[in-house]
Design a protein around this ligand. Sequence first.
Ligand code: SF4
Length: 124
Amino acid sequence: MAKLSENVICVTCPKGCTLIVTRDGETVIDVENGCKRGKDYAQQELIDPRRMVASSVRLKGGLHPLLPVYTSVPFPKPRIPELLALLRKIEISTPVTLDQIVLENVLDTGINIHASREMKVVTG
Ligand code: SF4
């Protein structure tokens, strides 16, 4: 297979390096402009791109109608729309503690969804 070179922006840390990735199919041969983590990111991006996801679910009995949530680890990028559609259907009740698991093993990925903040019961 022919070798290809392309620019890939690494999102692993805030520096956001533009990596020059040379690959043969799905195998990374060389990465310029990045650190070791950037090289790992380039390989991962080729075979199984993932992103951290932050979103919200509906909340009953709290100060706010929505609860912010996040994925425990980066989530498979092609399945993010499916995840967001599922989260739109979810409603949970207060009280909620910070980092509480809201959904376990979401969409059979082995990834959990956690609460980004605490929400107390609001009475009256
Ligand atoms: S290549 Fe390294 S320094 Fe650059 S954005 Fe990625 S992790 Fe950060």
